[in-house]
Design a protein around this ligand. Structure first.
Ligand code: WQD
Length: 337
């Protein structure tokens, strides 16, 4: 299928483009390069041998978006494009709602006007809020999001669900990610957060490569085996492959379907840190600090629906996630320019 990948030069988007090509699809990337770099296209060509068509377009640019759809007969869309920093969303809610909601509405409008009726949407476990005990199931309620970023994910899920209810042709697969980490085993693409990382793995990676002095462990007094926060970390290549499976599902079904994409296993901050020490071959300094506001103790997926509906299950473990993350960060200390 010819697939528009919005946000396709980003962390998860770029890994998904690799897997789409390897599955025989024809991806086209749309990205405004706000949180990624044009150099990713060269890396994708090195990995796959394909120069993926690229449009530097912002989803708020309706004319630019129309041109992309006019020039391509898409069979489907995979929608990653959106701002995703939780803390930044609290400080800049209007920017987040305009970019992540208005931008998405422009995309959905363009799809409708060009007869594109399949979409895989990048959602997040953050829509569950903190009201439920893990393992989290898709039928659990949502709505108690604690930040504008998570709320934009929830709103997009609701919008796509309503669009699918009104249009019998539309297929919308809404993938709720848990904690994507790692990098492509080639070391050519990976996670490149702007500035000081907010998330655990890119922060640990910068400590491991000597770019930051130590990791602040946000709390060791949670009700978990070692007191530190527990999360469901999933290798970004596994997550990318889930999108290929979701695309096949969308091709054969209509309606909206919510699916968790996680491993079903929870690892604590200290377990991840020690796994990373094995991957990099040396100790990683850390300090126990106060809890981070808004954090919950435990969050991991019930992955059974992805297995049942998509025939998908994860392959990589924490060892490979840390190994691949370290390789990419060591070989690209300044990211991809
Ligand atoms: C993981 C654990 C922290 C940094 C967020 C978003 C979620 C999704 C994934 C997009 C927690 C601890 C972290 C640090 C630490 N993003 N930690 N020191 O908060 O589970 O989820 O990213 O979809 O929407 O909410 O991920 O990596 O920030 O934190 O101790 O410097 O690591 O307390 O227990 P989180 P995270």
């Amino acid at each position: 299928m010819k697939v528009l990948v919005t946000g396709g030069t980003g962390f998860i988007g770029s890994h998904t483009v690799v897997e789409l090509l390897q599955a025989g699809h024809e991806p086209v990337i749309l990205d405004n390069l706000y949180n990624s770099s044009i150099g990713v296209l060269d890396r994708l060509e090195t990995i796959t041998g394909v120069r993926v068509p690229f449009y530097q377009v912002d989803l708020l640019d309706k004319e630019g978006l129309k041109k992309v759809f006019d020039e391509n007969d898409f069979d489907a869309v995979i929608h990653f494009a959106g701002y995703k920093a939780v803390g930044e969303s609290v400080a800049k809610p209007l920017v987040y709602y305009e970019n992540n909601i208005t931008g998405s509405l422009n995309l959905y409008r363009a799809m409708k006007e060009h007869g594109v009726s399949r979409i895989v949407f990048s959602s997040s476990a953050t829509v569950y809020g903190g009201d439920f005990e893990s393992p989290l199931k898709e039928e659990f309620g949502t709505g108690t999001t604690t930040n504008p970023y998570g709320t934009t994910k929830l709103f997009n899920e609701r919008i796509l669900t309503d669009l699918a209810a009104a249009d019998q042709e539309l297929s919308a697969v809404l993938l709720r990610y848990f904690n994507p980490i790692g990098a492509h085993p080639s070391g050519l693409i990976g996670e490149m957060p702007n500035g000081i990382p907010n998330n655990l793995l890119p922060y640990i990676a910068k400590v491991a490569t000597g770019q930051l002095p130590y990791l602040s462990v946000f709390g060791d007094d949670y009700d978990t085996p070692d007191g530190t926060g527990v999360r469901d970390y999933i290798h970004v290549v596994d997550l990318a492959r889930a999108h290929v499976a979701a695309l096949s599902y969308a091709e054969g079904h209509t309606g909206a379907e919510v699916i968790n994409i996680g491993t079903g296993n929870g690892y604590s901050v200290l377990e991840i840190l020690h796994a990373y020490e094995k991957a990099c071959g040396h100790e990683i300094p850390y300090k126990i600090c106060p809890r981070r506001p808004g954090d919950i103790a435990v969050c991991y997926a019930d992955p059974s629906k992805a297995k049942e509906l998509l025939g998908f299950s994860t392959v990589y473990g924490v060892e490979e996630m840390c190994r691949d993350s370290y390789r990419f960060t060591k070989e690209n200390p300044e990211g991809i320019l």
